[in-house]
Design a protein around this ligand. Structure first.
Ligand code: PLP
Ligand code: ZN
Length: 417
């Protein structure tokens, strides 16, 4: 790590900078590295099996001296042949993040952020969360021996709240939205001196999530796919994945960059609105100073992507525009339908936000935006068990029977149909 670079005004800071955001304009920061030094080490990894995100130590901002207590990353990339066939795609892949310790991609960010907190001497780490960032912080804090304080909307799905409590976090269930939680966590961290893991605001979160792109590159033998489709709320996952791709390019390891597509709910679409507005208004998209990102009043069943004011919004908008990707919005009904679709045709059970990415793939294929042979990676950002209430709405009901074989016989035509 050699320093920081502002997402908006490109002003740089040295590696010993101890703030989180750009002192010149207040926007979020990217971390920059000595890419030439990483190139050879990354090429060597191509022939070996992935272990975890610390395989990519050369391009990470933290150092782990002993073995990390949990396995973060090294998640599978599945060829989703039957699902692809159904959608008219011959090269569809699912990057299944549900096998991370707390069952979402957020563990990549929390691992790096908690390690950074420990490196800077903090023993309390706080975050605002729709549920996953918090349960992930709680999980990593438990494993690494620091205390976690999590601000979460009281309406978060029960499984996420239960995860948070089980891992031993101090859970503050806020009577308000995720955006209220975010602002409250900012104030609390300032007042009480806690290490702030807030998504996007903390530059180390994007650095964790970018490892997902490195793994995709490695799984394809040192190439990036044509598209990566990502469910988007704050915009930190999508900008992290784009950062990973750009790191690989900077190190001379990726000849071609993918398009990065944002999948949002129609009713929580701040980043999509911004992308469309900026694409219409701007011919020159290289100067991002002062560029504003839209705000909305979010309302979607996909709680993880229900965001009024995206906290990594500019970085996300840049990811879509600079990569030539799409910003796709899908209604809640299509998000719900995508849960059993992915589950039945690929054996991967997504939470609603993760299903939104598949719903976006379906739309883009139906409209001809994606060609049949494009290599498309849909990131399954969180596990379906995190919100079974929503999944149940699309899954149907079991058939209740008496414990007698006659009942099965009677139902046989229906069972086998
Ligand atoms: C499962 C899942 N998918 C997608 C997202 C959206 O990520 P971001 O807010 O960084 O855009 C989240 C964030 O909470 C999530 O938990
Ligand atoms: Zn700046």
């Amino acid at each position: 790590m050699i320093g920081y670079c502002c997402i908006a005004c490109a002003k740089t800071q040295a590696a010993d900078f101890d703030g989180f955001v750009c002192p010149a304009c207040g926007n979020n920061l990217d971390i920059i590295y000595d890419y030439a030094a990483a190139a050879a080490a990354f090429t060597q990894k191509l022939g070996s099996q992935p272990v975890d995100i610390f395989d990519y130590a050369e391009l990470l901002p933290v150092v782990t001296e002993s073995a990390f207590p949990l396995r973060i990353g090294a998640t599978p990339l599945y060829a989703a042949t039957a699902l692809g066939e159904f959608l008219g795609l011959t090269n569809l892949y699912l990057k299944d993040e549900s096998g991370n310790p707390s069952a979402s991609i957020k563990d990549r960010a929390s691992a790096i952020a908690v390690q950074r907190a420990i490196d800077t001497g903090a023993d309390i780490v706080a975050t605002a969360s729709t549920g996953n960032a918090g349960s992930s912080l709680a999980c990593l804090s438990a494993a690494l021996g620091v205390r976690a304080v999590v601000f979460v909307p009281e309406t978060a799905p029960a499984a996420k709240l239960t995860q948070l409590l089980s891992y031993g976090a101090r859970v503050l269930a806020v009577r308000g939205s995720y955006d209220d939680c975010f602002d409250l966590c900012m104030t609390a961290c300032e007042e009480f001196g806690w290490f702030n893991r807030n998504t996007g605001h903390n530059p180390f979160t994007r650095e964790g999530k970018k490892t997902c792109a490195y793994e995709i590159w490695r799984a394809f033998g040192g190439e990036l796919p044509d598209r990566i489709v990502v469910a988007t709320g704050d915009g930190n996952i999508i900008s992290g994945i784009w950062k990973g791709c750009r790191d690989l390019q900077a190190a001379g390891l990726a000849a071609r960059l993918p398009r990065i597509d944002a999948a949002q709910s129609v009713d929580s679409a701040a980043i999509s609105h911004s992308v469309h507005r900026l694409r219409e208004a701007r011919s020159d998209t290289t100067d991002w100073t002062g560029v504003e990102v839209d705000k909305v009043a979010a309302d979607t069943i996909a709680d993880s992507i229900a965001v009024d004011e995206p906290r990594d919004g500019l970085a996300a908008v840049r990811a879509v525009i600079e990569s030539g990707g799409e910003a796709v919005t899908v209604p809640d009904a299509e998000i719900l339908d995508a849960i059993p679709l992915m589950s039945r045709l690929a054996g991967v059970f997504p939470e609603p936000a993760a299903a939104a990415a598949l719903a976006a793939v379906k739309r883009m294929r139906a409209s001809g935006t994606i060609d049949a042979t494009e290599r498309v990676v849909c990131v399954v950002t969180g596990n379906g068990l995190k919100d079974t209430g929503s999944a149940a709405r699309a899954a149907g009901h079991p058939t209740v029977i008496e414990p007698r074989i006659e009942s099965v016989r009677t139902l046989l035509p229906r069972i086998l149909s």
